[in-house]
Design a protein around this ligand. Sequence first.
Ligand SMILES: C[S@@+](CC[C@H](N)C(=O)[O-])C[C@H]1O[C@@H](n2cnc3c(N)ncnc32)[C@H](O)[C@@H]1O
Length: 199
Amino acid sequence: MRVRTLVNPFSCVKRYPKPVWPELFPAFCGIIDVEIGCGTGSFLRNYAAAHPAHAVVGFEIRKKLVDAAQAKIAEQKLENAFLLWGNGHTGLEDMFDNNSIDRLFIFHPDPWIKRHHLRRRIINAPFLDLVHQKLKPDGCMYIATDVPDLWAAMHESIVSSQKFTHITDDPFWTTLYHTRWKEMSIEQKRSLFYGTFQK
Ligand SMILES: C[S@@+](CC[C@H](N)C(=O)[O-])C[C@H]1O[C@@H](n2cnc3c(N)ncnc32)[C@H](O)[C@@H]1O
């Protein structure tokens, strides 16, 4: 049984400059996809390899995981994958113009069960306002978890925000959704909960 090692996202106070994507990689086609909480970075790397003209940007708060994933990105020569250390909430605030992100992925976010830790959860009302601001007009947020109570809380926050439409038949979930935590959840016979929420 894997135990979740949690790092407080507020422990990192790093801020980020705004990138000029075509200067960073000339193949950029205008599409920006972001993942928060990349873990080992396996989804980010596979997704970036399959979408070489998209800017694929990831944030991860655990420095050791970032260092290891960045080494793999360099090894694979993925010019469009940018994995950054830090809090994804801050990264969204700093790095992206309003109405500029096509897809935001959050797979198996840390559940932070204790009442006095609830504010460390990534999905909350101010975060949903920020996501709504940063997504393009038809942009989508993709969320998955293996924790039933967390799914219920996230779903309720999203519905209460009245900012997103729940798409129930998105083929993404049967084709591109592959993460380490998804594999472990299946091995350990935990149920998966996921959904696509369009702006
Ligand atoms: C349970 S793991 C899931 C990893 C990966 N998404 C997967 O599905 O295999 C959650 C990850 O999110 C990271 N994380 C949690 N809050 C974060 C935040 N605010 N910003 C960036 N990373 C965060 C954690 O450090 C952890 O690596």
